[in-house]
Design a protein around this ligand. Structure first.
Ligand code: WTA
Length: 647
């Protein structure tokens, strides 16, 4: 790696930062040499009702995986995000909400946030929600989404936020899996000027969720909706009936805070379970250091609260730190491609955190939409969700940040709760495309396929050697699956599912998933989910789905489809199948390309050889590898001959 591709820390950033380079290395050494001592100290950054005396109780041994942090302490995440700030920040802005329509915005102070959360918590209690109950939240990006999460946390209910772009079927699956009896939704969402029929989707989903007793509906648009008497309740009416006094429930550090469904390489999405104390400590600490957050700054993460990034870095991390967090209802290109930067100017945003796919899409529009805005409030830029290609990194740095703003490329996962590998703006020189160095307490190890621990500059599979407080604790209702998925490939270590290279400076470069998970526009998807949606169609006999490189989305979805005997391929059927997958899962899962495959390459034992399908989709035929173990090598020639052109 040549010196020219290192972007050094800027002195004016280092001067203001919480930590400089020496400070980072010193604290990192402490954190890995004495994790107990380190986290005993860091745990104090949140308020505990009863302080912990125990810090860490962890085993990664496959026969006994358990992870507990601060486990004799009691606290409450909602208390930490609201009550705790009332003495000093009652009138300071907690949330800036920017509507889809640029003429709509509002500021919510910590005092108002507290009141809203307490009222909703009381309204939920009045409607039968109790500690430990699961509550499904299916909302657009409106402040009520944050109120709903914090209201659950306040009374000890476990929230499961489902992204508003998911279909009724996907919503139903998630409600059934965690057995929620209570759902919070809105009449409609609004994105890019278009309405999203959230209540109608919920109605459809609930046809297969007899367990659900109540649906609380936020009035966002006033659009026409169906109403089920006895089940449906208006959010504003229920909140008006109750008091705004609702003491926060005393929760054990290890009581569940939320479930968030995420895709894996096999089967249905898993309910990733995060607990209260360790998660909040880790979210708050990473938010402070990775974004170098200082009091009074305006911080904006463009994610949706339906993803973990929204949980940790729109809601819990920033609010635990008493920050001002901006919540955006819209999309990057509405009304036009300047929107992100207009919002930065309008609200004087200093820290801006988005995904590579958004950067690439905006890059395509050229520099003018960026350059017509000032962006002089920006101090730090961040990226997350997928590997960022150096071209996009450099464009972000030069065009958006005017070469003034450091970029933090943050690697982490739903499972990790918070950022594990990232530069710190005042401490770590960056290299475009590298997530650089581990956060405090994080011990990355790179292993080869046999589990051998690789040293120095190397490439392999990324594992983490020891626990950190934000780590997921289990798969909801299926601890065996948790152990199997993360701790069986390389016993004694957490396996991330990502490939990774470490360079001669010890910098980490994430190369993407090494399992059957694809990352489409930063949205994580199991190829198996898309396949099972396809084969659920009456005309489909078999399907295999792989990712292929896509200029904007990072990866696109390439589906090989075998029709049932007697069905003829047609353009119409292709469109029908795309619509079908949208309906089954949601628009984010729409196949970009469908290739009709008379047969799929299989081993003699019947296993589909995805490696070959990936190569064909990538246009890499010269390199198909050994096809001699195929039951019918002839199918490969047919697939190569008829492959789809990538646009
Ligand atoms: C990928 C999102 C490269 C990775 C927080 C990971 C990244 C998956 C980065 C998790 C990054 C996330 N560089 N790849 N900075 N951040 N990923 O669970 O493959 O939605 O395993 O969590 O996204 O996606 P998830």
């Amino acid at each position: 790696m040549s010196q020219s591709s290192i972007i050094p820390v800027r002195p004016e950033i280092a001067e203001k930062a919480w930590l400089d380079e020496a400070g980072y290395h010193k604290l990192y050494q402490q954190s890995v040499a004495d994790p107990e001592g380190f986290w005993a100290e860091q745990g104090k950054r949140i308020h505990w009702f009863k302080p912990y005396s125990q810090v860490k109780d962890v085993s990664f041994a496959p026969e006994d995986v358990h992870i507990r942090w601060f486990h004799d302490g009691t606290t409450n995440a909602s208390y930490n995000c609201t009550d705790r700030h009332l003495a000093t920040k009652k009138d300071d802005t907690a949330i800036i909400w920017e509507g889809d329509d640029p003429s709509e915005h509002k500021h919510i102070s910590y005092g108002e946030l507290h009141e809203e959360v307490c009222r909703l918590a009381n309204a939920m209690k009045a409607n039968g929600v109790k500690k430990g109950d699961r509550v499904t939240i299916y909302l657009p990006m409106i402040p009520e989404a944050a109120y709903a999460m914090l209201a659950c946390a306040r009374i000890g209910a476990i929230h499961s936020v489902v992204f508003g772009g998911f279909s009724p079927d996907a919503l139903a699956g998630r409600i059934q899996d965690c057995e929620s009896a209570f759902v919070i939704t809105a009449d409609e969402g609004v994105r890019g000027g278009r309405k999203i029929p959230l209540k109608a989707n919920t109605d459809k989903a609930l046809a297969s969720c007899p367990n659900v007793q109540k649906v609380l509906v936020v009035r966002r648009t006033g659009g026409r909706i169906e109403w089920s008497e006895g089940r449906d309740l208006w959010y504003h009416e229920e909140c008006a009936k109750v008091s705004d006094d609702c003491p926060a429930e005393e929760m054990n550090a290890e009581d569940p805070l939320f479930i968030l469904y995420t895709s894996g390489s096999t089967g249905k999405p898993k309910g990733v379970l995060h607990t209260t104390g360790g998660y909040l400590v880790y979210a708050a600490m990473t938010h402070q250091y990775v974004f170098d957050y200082h009091d009074g700054e305006i911080y904006w993460c463009t994610a949706d609260v339906g993803w973990v990034t929204g949980h940790s870095y729109i809601v819990y991390g920033p609010l635990a730190n008493g920050a001002t967090t901006l919540m955006f209802e819209g999309v990057p290109n509405y009304p036009d491609a300047s929107r992100f930067w207009q919002v930065c100017d309008k609200h004087k945003v200093s820290i801006f955190y988005t995904a590579p796919t958004a950067i690439r899409a905006l890059m395509r529009e050229g520099e003018a939409p960026v350059k017509r805005t000032k962006r002089d409030s920006l101090r730090i830029l961040g990226t997350v969700g997928e590997p960022i290609n150096p071209e996009a990194w450099l464009w972000y740095h030069r065009v958006v940040g005017d070469e003034r703003c450091p970029i933090v490329d943050t690697w982490w996962q739903t499972e990790t709760g918070g950022i594990l590998i990232s530069p710190l703006p005042g401490a770590i020189d960056t290299k475009p495309g590298s997530a650089t160095l581990p956060f405090f307490g994080v011990k990355p190890v790179i292993v080869d396929a046999d589990g051998k621990h690789l040293e120095g500059a190397c490439e392999g599979n990324l594992c983490i050697a020891d626990s950190w407080p934000g780590q997921m604790r289990t798969v909801f209702g299926d601890h065996e699956r948790f152990v199997q998925t993360y701790f069986s490939a390389y016993p004694g270590r957490y396996f991330s599912g990502d490939g990774c290279r470490r360079d001669e400076d010890g910098y980490y470069w994430i190369t993407g998933r090494v399992d059957d998970v694809i990352n489409v526009s930063g949205h994580r998807m199991g190829t198996a989910e898309v396949e099972s949606a396809l084969v659920a169609h009456a005309k489909v006999a078999e399907a295999a789905v792989v990712g292929y490189p896509h200029d904007i989305k990072g990866q696109g979805i390439y589906a090989y489809v075998t029709l049932v005997a007697g069905e003829e391929p047609s353009e119409e059927l292709r469109k029908e199948l795309v619509q079908w997958v949208r309906k089954e899962i949601g628009p984010i899962a729409s196949p970009d390309l469908i290739q009709w495959a008379p047969g799929l390459p299989k081993t003699r034992s019947g296993k589909i050889m995805r490696r070959i399908l990936r190569k064909i989709a990538e246009n890499d035929y010269g390199n198909l590898g050994d096809t001699s173990t195929l039951a019918d090598p002839g199918v490969v020639d047919d697939l190569v001959g008829n492959r789809m052109n990538r646009s």
